[in-house]
Design a protein around this ligand. Structure first.
Ligand code: DAU
Length: 340
């Protein structure tokens, strides 16, 4: 099978490419990635010379480029996206370009070139805040951040393309993923590195917001099952049931890094912060026989250990653009922390 992976230099895309090359000796991968701030060739340095792997730098919105890559491609897996909620609050436009227009461009190309299937990676955030219970695949979309609104729009385009043109697309909604190569703007890698450096960790609001967590390997296994055995036109939720308040994760990371609770700094809450997500992922288990294999505690320990062992990966990232973003976002969060 020849797979076009878009956004393959990001955290999840790179883990997926490595997973495919390791687990399917016949798979061929083209990785189309724009190399935005979160795309990093170092994420795939270990497979860069694999003859079954090819990297192409470019934008999913570049229709001519996308068209030129399609001949011979059996499947497209779309990881390309702007993903960070805080950045979408600061500058939403890039989110619309990647997460809405980019999806349309890929769908059009899949249709035009008769590609057998496309898997579009999306998020539980399209369902918005879930006060109680769980959201299943049919729950209404209620996105509440510029990021989740852009992802919801992309998901709607997938559905519309399937219904209107029969484009063979599958949409996945995943809970929060974490693990090796996670860009250190997200909660787990950011807090891990701050704690390893002996710095404080900025907990938004009261820290009682709940997220559901999946280790990257389990997510790769889920996408693999959906790609190979899922039904086109369908939607699959990908979750583990492991729902943890942020403050509890913070305390686990403090323990794993040998720090103490004086490193916790409560700061202003994220505007529009969703309080809780909870996915019902029974369909994926029932229909495709998938189940998570790595518990949250095990995955968290493995993640912290990976960051401990891979300073050469994260040190160059925490410079330039990253520091500029970090300083400007957290300056505002800290300035207003009296309001917490
Ligand atoms: O739910 C899936 C989503 O998970 C993905 O669709 C998004 O692309 C991904 O960014 C992630 O979104 P979150 O907003 O949940 O992830 P983040 O790591 O930014 O935040 C996780 C929780 O931690 C959230 O409740 C906000 C809180 N947080 C985050 C940061 C960066 C803090 O308290 N302090 C922080 O400094």
């Amino acid at each position: 099978m020849k797979i076009l992976v878009t956004g393959g230099c990001g955290f999840m895309g790179s883990n997926f490419i490595r997973f495919q090359l390791q687990n399917d000796p016949t798979v061929e991968i083209i990785n189309l990635d724009k190399l935005t701030y979160a795309g990093n060739l170092a994420n795939l340095a270990d497979v860069a010379d694999n003859p079954r792997y090819r990297f192409v730098r470019g934008d999913i919105n570049d229709q001519a480029l996308v068209d030129s890559l399609m001949p011979g491609v059996d499947a497209v897996v779309n990881y390309a996206a702007e993903t960070h909620v805080d950045r979408s609050i600061m500058e939403p436009r890039a989110f619309l370009e990647a997460n809405v227009m980019g999806v349309q461009t890929l769908l059009d190309a899949v249709r035009k070139h008769n590609v057998s299937r496309m898997v579009h990676i999306s998020t539980d955030e399209v369902f918005g805040h879930v006060e109680e219970g769980e959201t299943d695949e049919d729950a209404p979309f209620r996105p509440r951040s510029p990021y989740s609104a852009s992802k919801a729009a992309g998901d709607h385009l997938c559905h519309a393309h399937f219904v209107t043109y029969g484009t063979p697309v599958i949409v996945t909604h995943s809970v929060n993923y974490y693990g090796p190569y996670h860009f250190p703007e997200k909660l787990i890698p950011l807090f891990t590195l701050n704690l390893m450096d002996g710095k404080k960790v900025p907990v938004y609001g009261d820290g009682m917001q709940v997220r559901e967590w999946i280790f990257t390997e389990d997510h790769c296994r889920a996408i693999d099952a959906i790609l190979r055995r899922g039904t086109v036109g369908e939607v699959y939720n990908i979750g583990t049931g492991e729902r943890v308040p942020n403050i509890e994760i913070t305390k686990k990371l403090i323990a794993l890094t040998g720090r103490d609770e004086s490193h916790i700094e409560y700061v202003k809450d994220r505007p529009g912060h969703d309080r809780r997500y909870a996915l019902n992922s029974e369909k994926l288990r029932r229909e495709l026989g998938w189940a998570p294999q790595v518990s949250f505690d095990e995955g968290l320990a493995r993640t912290v250990e990976w960051f401990r062992q891979n300073q050469a990966w994260w040190e160059p990232i925490r410079t330039g653009e990253y520091l500029k973003y970090y300083d400007s976002w957290y300056r505002d969060q800290l300035d207003a922390s009296d309001n917490v």
